[in-house]
Design a protein around this ligand. Structure first.
Ligand SMILES: *Cc1c(COP(=O)(O)O)cnc(C)c1O
Length: 429
């Protein structure tokens, strides 16, 4: 930026680096050469402090299926804030919301609300261990289940983007109980379960949204359901992304495979922090105060997250939403395919409903290993050029892009037009 005046985002970033690690509070937000600092969001657009706006496909990494500042959600938060934000006592909205989730999500009977997806998977794994009396878990390479010790092994998302899929500071004693398998590979899970008799659970992102967007092969989730049942192992669907994203009933409804335990987060908070663990009664009642698996939190089921989430999910219930999202998603994926073909850029496009990712690769992406073959550096150039033109994708080949109800056909076409322009330009350079 020599010779040019620094813009505001750049200046704030320089200041941020003096008081925040790397200038950000979560590694995924780091962006080269500096991230834009946000002033506000409205609908499908996010605005930076320099006055630029972007069509947003990051959507806070998943929660904002209704877009930014959805009026009914804003009103619910305002009304609740007037009445208090946390009580340390139960409220009616927790009951109403849990009932709704139990109605929508096939595997859900009882719910425990927590504050993040990280807490949800941590508690779900503890629950599975408590219920089965067994110790080990199977996790898939490249999947991300939050940033706690049990699951930071070959973890996707920012852990992969920033080169720390196996974090320092996680004791080997913890991770030796986390067994890894390749996604979409039946033999990999079979082999482990044949040898290991101490497996409590298999935890899976039914669509891996943290290594780009990796789709389950036809029949694969059903295979996981059957093999876990045969071996008395619980199947945990981590639907923190896919819950209320693929359908009202999440991926389990979309693919018609019902797990034992489901973790939710992101969308169900309506833009506020949230997580949830759900399962049938017999499993859930292992949790305190009924059972002996301890889980607690000052802000669990806090009224602000509850009213925001309840308002958001009530909107999603109103039919047509998922049809619209499916249509926009399809147009985006088809458009990206057409452009790739026209320009002869080697890509693989994946997604379902309102999830999509473009991998710069000429091999099929079916698991972490194949995802890592794509040209992540080229993706970052692509992302940066799009950003200059007012389109915001998460800055990593290993994240998923999302579409909200606030996006329309015209934004999708505008985006595709810019994608074509950027790819033409990058081809020539
Ligand atoms: C985001 C995510 C988490 C962690 O949720 P946080 O609210 O960020 O703690 C867990 N699992 C999956 C699949 C996620 O995408």
């Amino acid at each position: 930026m020599a010779g040019r005046e620094m813009n505001k985002s750049h200046a704030v970033f320089e200041e941020a680096k003096r008081c925040l690690v790397g200038g950000v509070n979560s590694p995924v937000r780091a962006m080269m050469p500096y991230p834009f600092f946000t002033a506000r969001g409205k609908g499908c657009r996010i605005y930076d402090i320099d006055g630029s706006s972007y069509i947003d496909y990051c959507l806070a990494y998943g929660p904002l299926i209704l877009g930014h500042a959805y009026p009914k959600v804003v009103r619910a938060i305002e009304e609740q804030a007037e009445k208090g934000t946390v009580y340390g006592t139960p409220t009616e909205v927790e009951v109403k919301f849990a009932k709704k989730i139990a109605k929508h999500v096939p595997s859900a009977e009882l719910v425990r609300f927590v504050n993040t997806g990280t807490e949800a998977t941590m508690a779900a794994i503890r629950l599975a261990r408590g219920y089965t009396g067994k110790k080990k878990i199977i996790k898939f390479e490249g999947a991300f289940h939050g940033a706690h010790d049990y699951v930071l092994v070959k973890a996707g998302s920012g852990a992969t983007t920033h080169g720390v899929p196996n974090s320092l500071g996680v004791p080997g004693e913890t991770t030796k109980n986390t067994l890894l398998a390749a996604f979409n590979n039946e033999k990999a899970v079979e082999k482990i379960l044949k040898k290991e008799k101490n497996v409590a659970a298999v935890i899976v992102e039914p669509v891996i949204g943290n290594a780009g967007c990796i789709m389950p092969k036809e029949g694969y989730l059903k295979f996981l359901r059957e093999i876990t049942q045969e071996n008395n192992v619980l199947l945990i669907f981590d639907e923190v992304i896919t819950g209320y994203r693929l359908s009202l009933g999440g991926a389990q409804k979309y693919y018609n495979v019902t797990p034992d335990v489901t973790t939710l987060g992101k969308i169900i908070g309506g833009g506020l922090p949230i997580g949830a663990i759900t399962a049938r009664r017999k499993i859930m009642e292992q949790f305190s105060p009924v059972g002996k698996v301890y889980q607690a939190g000052t802000f669990n089921g806090n009224p602000l997250s509850m009213v925001a989430g309840y308002a958001a999910v009530s909107e999603l219930e109103k039919g047509r939403v998922y049809k619209k999202l499916e249509k926009l998603g399809k147009r985006m994926r088809n458009g990206l395919e057409e452009i790739s073909e026209r320009l002869k850029v080697k890509t693989r496009i994946y997604g379902a409903a309102s999830m999509f990712q473009i991998y710069f690769t000429d091999t099929e992406v079916v698991d972490y290993r194949t995802a890592l073959k794509s040209n992540a550096e080229f993706f970052l150039k692509f992302q940066r050029e799009l950003l200059k033109r007012g389109v915001f994708l998460p800055p990593s080949q290993y994240e998923c892009n999302f579409i909200s109800c606030a996006h329309g056909g015209s934004e999708i076409e505008e985006t595709l037009h810019k994608v074509e322009e950027v790819l033409r330009r990058l081809q020539c350079s």
